[in-house]
Structures are given as C-alpha cells and as structure tokens.
Design a binder for this molecule. Structure first.
Ligand code: ZN
Length: 344
C-alpha cells in the first residue's frame, strides 16, 4: 500500500509500506479521504514546530475517513463495508488524567502523525490503516468520506466550545479564519451563539467564514476601525475564540471583549505579551483548548445529521500521487481553505 511519508522539510515522499497485522479489538480500514491540517503543513514546510522536530521519517495525517475492510477478533458493532471516520487520538486510558475523563491530557498519548515522541506515531495518510475499533465512528449513508474527514477538526472546535461554556445568546468573536476558525463558527452556532464576528488579515479566508454563516467578517489589515467599533462601552463580545496564534489578534480582541468574558486560545504562537491591565480590570478569563476527546463522536453526529455543513470549506481534492501538489496548495492561504487527499 502507498503511504505519504515526510522525511524532512519539503521532502515528502509517496512510499510502499507493508500493512500491519490486525490484532484483537482492531479493524483494517481502506482510507478514502484525508484532510491536510496545519500541523501536517508545519512538518512539510518547516520539519516540525517549536521543540517538536522530525527525527525519523513519519507518515503524516490525522483527519481521515474510510471503509472497514477487515475485522479482528472481539470486535462488536463494526463489520466489513462499514463507512467510518477515524479518531486519531489514542489515550492510554490508565493514567491519572485519562481516569479523570481528561483523555486529551493523557500522559502517554499516541496521536496520529505526531513527532512529539520517539519513535514517532505514524499518521493515517495511507491506503490501509489498522486502528482500534473504538476509534471508528460510523458515517451515515448520506455522509461523504470528505465530510467524514472533517470530524477531527470539527471536534477540536467543539472542545473549544466545551471549554468556553454555554453559547446561548452569546456574542462571539473569532480571530483567524483558517479551517479551525471557520469550524468554530459552525460549532458555536450549533450551540446557540447569537452573533459571530470573524477577523483575519486576508479577504480570501473571510469569504469562507461568510459561506459558513458568520454574521460579519472584518479584514483587520485593511479595516481595523470596523473591529474597534466593538470597543464601545466596556466591549461587546462575551466569548472569543483566538485561532490565529497572532499577538495582535490577542491584543485587539481583549480590547473588544466585555468584562467577565472568556477568551479561548486555540492558535499556537509561542511567546507573546498581553495587555495585563485590561485582563485584570475586565476580569477576563483566558483558557487554553487542546485537541478533544468525547467531542469526536459529537462531531460525527452533527455531520451525519446535517446540523452542520462543512462542505463550503473543502476547496481542493488531490489524488495521493499528487500529494506534494496538495501540500503546496494547502499552504497557499490566498486560495485554499481545506485541502484533502483521495486515497483510492
Ligand atoms: Zn492516559
């Protein structure tokens, strides 16, 4: 079978890999669709991010859906031919945090396509994958594989909504209109958000935010004054999802947040400074949000039941033979939102 393997920055190869044996409680999956994520792009463009660096070749990919092709012993509830989205999250389910129901904080997490540990945990951009049955969530007949491959990034944003608390009647600011920012719109709206304003420094990604139901989009590079209007009084927004990892977005966002609002930080940006006096005087709560756990099943349900429509966010699909072109396209924010690979 073919697998998409990163060796170093700009060194992405299509290789023949052997299929793994299917153990008890596991299934084989013929992967159909896989979305390229920001972290995949970091490995491709820079060989890693922060302290996480590639130290050996690694199969990329963690946003996938496919068809069950083989079933190991002891698997109930899945059969060959079932169409599934696959959660890339493999917590140990034994450590202190797993036992508290905080599996995304697992001490011994194995997450697909991650170079955090040695040996690296290979990802799912391959024609055949062996996964635990518990990672597989059934797709409705009407759900496409492309939609199913959005379950993972949607789960990231549902976890962010969980971290923020009730969305009911809330005015929401989303900073950074990449795939995660755009999916935050869907996740917040599905949970009762009243008004959603989205910012970015480019027009192209903001058009996608409009397509998935933002009430207003603002290019803060060219029209910063439009966001500044929301600073009137003591600010306008109850919740902010910071998806850009950009210090300016954080600072200007805090300016337009209301007292006792919640700022959820999703974007990764390394060290940055904060307007501490405003955080104190407005009593703003800053909370991180990292990956997901139980929200994966919710993401699949929301997609299956057509309560969210992720389709406007899919810009391009490339065959795996064109994986390098797919990664180049995914890195071009002026043109693309979510780029997927097709594996069959
Ligand atoms: Zn654990």
């Amino acid at each position: 079978m073919k697998a998409v393997v990163i060796h170093a920055a700009r060194d992405l190869r299509l290789e023949d890999w052997d299929m793994a044996a299917i153990g008890a409680g596991q299934v084989g999956i013929a992967i159909a669709a896989g979305g390229i994520c920001g972290s995949d792009l970091h490995y491709y463009q820079h060989g890693g991010f922060g302290a996480v660096r590639l130290r050996e070749p690694m199969v990329l990919g963690h946003e996938v859906a496919g068809t069950v092709s083989a079933v190991g012993s002891g698997v109930a509830g899945l059969k060959s031919g079932d169409r599934v989205a696959v959660s890339p999250s493999l917590p140990c389910n034994r450590c202190e945090y797993c036992l508290k129901g905080q599996q995304n904080q697992c001490f011994d997490m194995r997450f697909y396509g991650s170079a955090m540990r040695m040996p690296h945990v290979h990802g799912a951009f391959r024609q055949q994958l062996v996964a635990d049955a518990s990672q597989c969530h059934q797709l409705a007949d009407s759900t496409t594989f492309a939609e199913g491959a959005f379950a993972e990034p949607l789960a990231v944003t549902l976890h962010a909504v969980n971290r923020a608390g009730s969305m009911l009647n809330k005015r929401v600011l989303v900073t950074g209109s990449g795939p995660i920012g755009a999916l935050c719109i869907l996740a917040a709206r599905a949970h009762g958000a009243r008004e959603i304003v989205v910012t970015d420094i480019h027009d192209a990604p903001l058009a996608y935010a409009d397509a998935v139901g933002a009430d207003r989009t603002i290019n803060v590079a060219t029209s910063a004054e439009q966001l500044a209007e929301y600073a009137v009084g003591k600010g306008s927004f109850d919740v902010m999802f910071e998806c850009s990892g950009n210090a300016a977005a954080l600072t200007t966002g805090i300016n337009v947040l209301r007292p006792r609002s919640v700022l959820i930080q999703l974007g990764l940006g390394g060290e940055m400074s904060l307007p501490q006096n405003l955080v104190v005087s407005k009593e703003i709560e800053i909370r991180g949000s990292f990956r997901f756990h139980e929200e994966f099943a919710l993401a699949v349900d929301l997609i299956n039941q057509r309560r969210v429509d992720v389709n406007p966010l899919l810009t391009d699909t490339f065959g795996i033979d064109d994986a390098v072109a797919a990664f180049e396209a995914a890195g071009d924010r002026s043109r693309t939102m979510k780029v997927q690979l097709a594996f069959s």
